[in-house]
Design a protein around this ligand. Sequence first.
Ligand SMILES: C[S@@+](CC[C@H](N)C(=O)[O-])C[C@H]1O[C@@H](n2cnc3c(N)ncnc32)[C@H](O)[C@@H]1O
Length: 334
Amino acid sequence: MPASSLNLTCTFAFTGVPAFSALWTFLLAASRFSFSFSVFSFFALTDFLTLSRACSFLPLILTVPVPTTPVCYRPIGVVRSPFTEPAQAPRQPQRGAGVEARIELHAGRGFEFALSDIETWRYLWVLFWFHRAESFRAKVRPPRSRTRRGLFATRAPHRPNPVGMSVVELVRVEGLVLHVRDVDILDGTPVLDIKPYVAYSDAVPDAGAGWLGAEAVQDPGPRWHVEFLPRAREQIEFLRSELGADLGTAIRDLLSLGPAPHPYRRIKREGDGFVLSHKSWRARFQVRDQMVEVGALGSGYRARELEAATPGSDSADLSLHRRFVERFGYPGFS
Ligand SMILES: C[S@@+](CC[C@H](N)C(=O)[O-])C[C@H]1O[C@@H](n2cnc3c(N)ncnc32)[C@H](O)[C@@H]1O
């Protein structure tokens, strides 16, 4: 008997379909195979049938019904945030404290009415689709863990259904736009739903900290590598000798937290790069892959403020800035 026929006979027998098994044996006998072979096949089958009866309950045990029907969501809006790359966004909303964003709801679906009374709530749950997540990973190593963890024990984006949930502070509503604060969500993220954060039911004071509590790992250190180009190094050296302060370390500490435009860290876009403000100084930088490249430092004073200052009577800070500009020129960024 060809292997495929034997397989089929076994399949019929094991799946508890005796009528099919008998029919199959008959067909074998009637076909080009010898009678003795089909008789052998029949006796073999009787064993199979006995076994099949004994095993007929197995499918009940082994087959777990899996709901595979796809569920389809239609986004209700989109997030507009300063974070364009996953590495730029904070890991949880609390760590994005102060970061402002907008949730723009789609027009023409009656959402203006769905928004009424929302301003009575201070915090909202935003359910969204991690549209930039890579594929599902059963084990991940979260930033605060030394070991890999089961995905469902984490908040990582690499989920079988990449649904995210963040509590954000509602600042105000303008038409279909919700101005929110404290986001860890990327720009362009599709929003699936919005619900109020209800402290009396959502806040569970004795919730514990899961493996975070057990491991007590400090939040990870800086993730961004900061590099100073020759001109920036020379300027930092000048300021170190004149100012006695290490501006390079301060700039490195600030930028290693991430280069995203950020009101707290005073980072903004300018031209094809970014500018960090630190006290009265500015640092122009570019971002390449996971690296921040500081090209040049500059004065935070306006050119006319520096010109108007009278040498000898201006403040020590202004005087230092003037000397800096005399040596390196006015950088042309504010
Ligand atoms: C650890 S997740 C937590 C998100 C949410 N608070 C949650 O618990 O579901 C935060 C990270 O998700 C990433 N992220 C945010 N929006 C995303 C998106 N649309 N696609 C992929 N990754 C995203 C960012 O890199 C951010 O650092």
